[in-house]
Design a protein around this ligand. Structure first.
Ligand code: GLY
Ligand code: MN
Ligand code: MN
Length: 458
């Protein structure tokens, strides 16, 4: 946890920004895996973490804009719990540790909300929280999402988008662990190993950093499948291995790093050619990222580098600007350049992508590829964003575009046939927007062809 003053200040700011009514921020409950008492590992809700910092389940935070008070409501544990859990702090003690002076049990919460007319909550993403809000506020279950507060949502986005120095330090801690995950796995990426051995190693390294992975590890020799969570393939020479993995610190700040390496440790000429193109796009994004530019523009700058590279290989043809304008390069990168990162690996995604990554000025594109950009808006100092270009030869997609003659003035489909067995490559860094430009966060993780080959040889 940060010092209690951090949470007091955040709640004060939120009270000022929302301005009226009662803000209800439910913490998460335990989630059963295969029966009630065998749960998934507990993950606190990120909005609750941001404003109240506490990891216990079943807490409800309340920020009252009308009387200026903060509250935490929950039932205290009794001896029937404590024989299983050991001694635990009381709700009052927990609340005091984050500067909250008012506490009560769940009946007291029901009484406080019984006659509330002006209330705010974030649209829930879990069924149990939907039911809890439905019961507390007397709203039909199916109508809970509809009554969620846009004022609260946008006020949360405003605060959480700008990372403080102490948050950056936590994120860099998560990247330090990701360094161990990735460098260790690179060295293991030899023929005969199985993807699950490397994925398992990464999970272990994450827990050695005192937190879980920040999303299920992507460790695959079929990197052309963007989020491939299967781990059953044997590593064979000639395949590229995509490793997209990060972790959370004990306070749940995240890292999200991708490295792509040749099984066996040496790039062949085709692998090197594609790798250098993707790396060029990753570096171009770092070169142009600064306050004032939109991330949509950064995505397009990286896209021009990709198009230029594919033209050089004879896969694309025509003018680079025209290729990008038409979205022809998106056949090989059907996703956006990046997303915000913080307490969530896709930060604040539960607030709705449109509210986090876009605003009145920058609206989402409808074009294939660019339309999947999770964050397009104008950058500000303090944003943490991922820079993750990739190249994927997806046979089914290539066949579909080819059959429809899509962008045929820009795509050399005959040449593309030769690449259909390649797989994929992605390179991903976590980047802080600074006052004058940007900084790739954390200890540098081997990224150039030489750095990767040297690491895998050591
Ligand atoms: N780990 C998924 C992503 O990079 O967005
Ligand atoms: Mn990733
Ligand atoms: Mn990412």
């Amino acid at each position: 946890m940060f010092k209690k003053e951090t949470y007091i200040k955040r709640r004060e700011q939120l009270r000022k920004d929302v301005g009226h009514g009662i803000i209800i921020i439910p913490g998460n409950h335990e989630a059963p895996c295969n029966y009630k008492d065998n749960t998934y590992w507990f993950r606190q809700d990120s909005t609750f973490l941001y404003f109240f910092g506490l990891q216990r389940e079943d807490l409800v935070g309340v920020i009252d804009c009308d009387n200026g008070k903060d509250y935490i409501f929950a039932n205290d544990y009794d001896i029937d719990d404590i024989i299983w859990t050991g001694p635990l702090p009381s709700v009052k003690e927990l609340a005091a540790s984050v500067g909250v002076g008012n506490t009560g049990n769940l009946n007291a919460l029901r009484r406080k909300l019984a006659s509330a007319k002006d209330f705010h909550y974030i649209a829930p993403y879990r069924a149990d929280i939907t039911r809890q809000l439905s019961e507390l506020l007397g709203i039909k279950y199916d109508a809970v999402a509809r009554f969620a507060s846009m004022e609260l949502t946008l006020a949360c986005v405003k605060q959480r988008s700008i990372k403080s120095a102490e948050e950056i330090a936590e994120i860099e801690k998560a990247i330090a662990t990701a360094y161990n995950m990735h460098v260790g796995a690179m060295k293991m990426a030899m023929p005969g190993r199985y993807e699950y051995e490397l994925a398992g190693f990464m999970e272990g390294e994450a827990w050695k950093g005192n937190g879980p992975v920040s999303f299920p590890v992507i460790m695959t020799v079929h990197g052309e499948t963007l989020h491939n969570h299967g781990h059953n393939n044997k590593l064979t020479k000639g395949r590229m291995l995509v490793m997209d993995a990060g972790c959370e610190t004990a306070m749940n700040y995240c890292s999200d790093i991708t490295r792509s390496v040749p099984v066996g440790g040496k790039f062949d000429s085709r692998q090197k050619a594609i790798y250098e193109i993707v790396l060029g796009a990753n570096l171009e994004a770092i070169r142009v990222t600064k306050p004032g530019i939109t991330y949509k523009e950064v995505h397009q700058a990286a896209s021009r580098k990709l198009a230029e590279g594919y033209k050089g290989l004879g896969i694309l043809k025509g003018k680079v600007d025209d290729i990008v304008e038409a979205g022809a390069h998106s056949l090989l990168m059907p996703h956006g350049l990046g997303h915000m990162m913080g307490l969530d690996v896709h930060d604040m995604e539960n607030y709705g992508q449109i509210n986090v990554g876009y605003d009145n000025e920058t609206r989402p594109s409808e074009q294939f590829g660019l339309g999947s950009l999770r964050c397009g808006r104008r950058l500000q100092p303090g944003f943490v964003i991922t820079d993750e270009p990739g190249c994927y030869f997806i046979p089914a997609l290539i066949d579909k575009w080819k059959a429809g003659g899509k962008c045929k003035e820009f795509i050399n489909y005959r040449e593309l046939e030769k690449w259909k067995d390649f797989g994929g490559i992605r390179i991903e860094d976590d980047v802080l927007v600074t006052k004058t430009g940007c900084r790739v966060l954390g200890k540098p993780i081997p990224k150039t062809v030489k750095e990767i080959e040297d690491t895998m040889a050591s």
